[in-house]
Design a binder for this molecule. Structure first.
Ligand code: FAD
Length: 199
């Protein structure tokens, strides 16, 4: 099977690249190694500037959980700064719902989408990337394309395979997420102010 464009990675970048190329009338395949609706390490804030730049459809807007009214920055020392606003700074989303809605938007525009399909190699001929090798459900398949877009995130396999990844992968960060009940007023309303912890 040959496509005009194969996009590796079903995050916001990949889903958007797939949507835009599909809108141009190209045959597009979007590949994601996990499920499209998985959670990711993320604070979940979609900034106001993103909301202004992209004309998001109802399906994506329906994934907005609530307004983001500020941030609480806390150092390991226990010092903290609260930056709070009266106007919303953005929207909170669960990445599982938001990312999946972006993929569905690409699908609605004509992109073919496949999850649980890992790109395990690139097909390189005469110095050009001509496609990808994918593994899915124990099967290996060659897929050809005019263009391969590597939107496979920070640890990008595509970039590593091409020797383009400069980042040293020798550090690890961890994120812990948990659900907690908070008073509605505390979550949704704050007067404009900056509060720093006592030194
Ligand atoms: C702790 C933390 C908190 C953050 N908080 C925020 C925030 O509040 N707001 C904000 O805007 N940003 C935040 N970010 C940044 C944000 O998560 C990233 O900028 C965003 O996810 C990048 O999108 P992307 O589409 O480029 O990559 P990703 O979302 O990482 O998507 C890449 C996709 O490629 C897939 N993939 C990888 N390899 C392959 C392969 N070989 N074959 C097929 N698929 C593959 C992955 O499974 C993944 O789904 C945060 C990041 C971290 C780490």
């Amino acid at each position: 099977m040959r496509y005009d464009v194969i996009v590796v990675g079903g995050g916001p970048a990949g889903a958007t690249a797939a949507r835009i190329t599909a809108e141009k009338g190209l045959s597009v395949l979007l590949l994601e190694k996990f499920k499209f609706d998985r959670e990711k390490a993320c604070g979940g804030v979609v900034q106001g500037i993103t909301l202004e730049r992209f004309d998001l459809p109802k399906k994506v807007k329906e994934t907005f959980e609530r307004n983001a009214m500020g941030a609480f920055l806390c150092a390991p020392s226990g010092n903290y700064v609260k930056v709070l606003s009266e106007e919303p700074l953005g929207k909170f989303v669960w990445r599982s719902r938001f990312d999946k809605a972006l993929v569905e938007w690409a699908h609605d525009k004509g992109a073919e989408t496949r999850e649980l399909t890992r790109v395990s190699d690139l097909i390189i001929k005469e110095g050009f990337v001509r496609g990808v090798v994918v593994k899915s459900k124990g099967k290996t398949e060659d897929l050809e394309a005019g263009v391969v877009i590597g939107a496979d995130g920070f640890y990008s396999f595509v970039a590593r395979r091409l020797g383009l990844l400069q980042t040293k992968l020798d550090r690890i960060a961890a994120q812990y997420s948990f659900h907690m009940a908070m008073p509605e007023r505390e979550v949704n309303y704050h007067p404009l102010k900056r509060v720093a912890s006592p030194r």
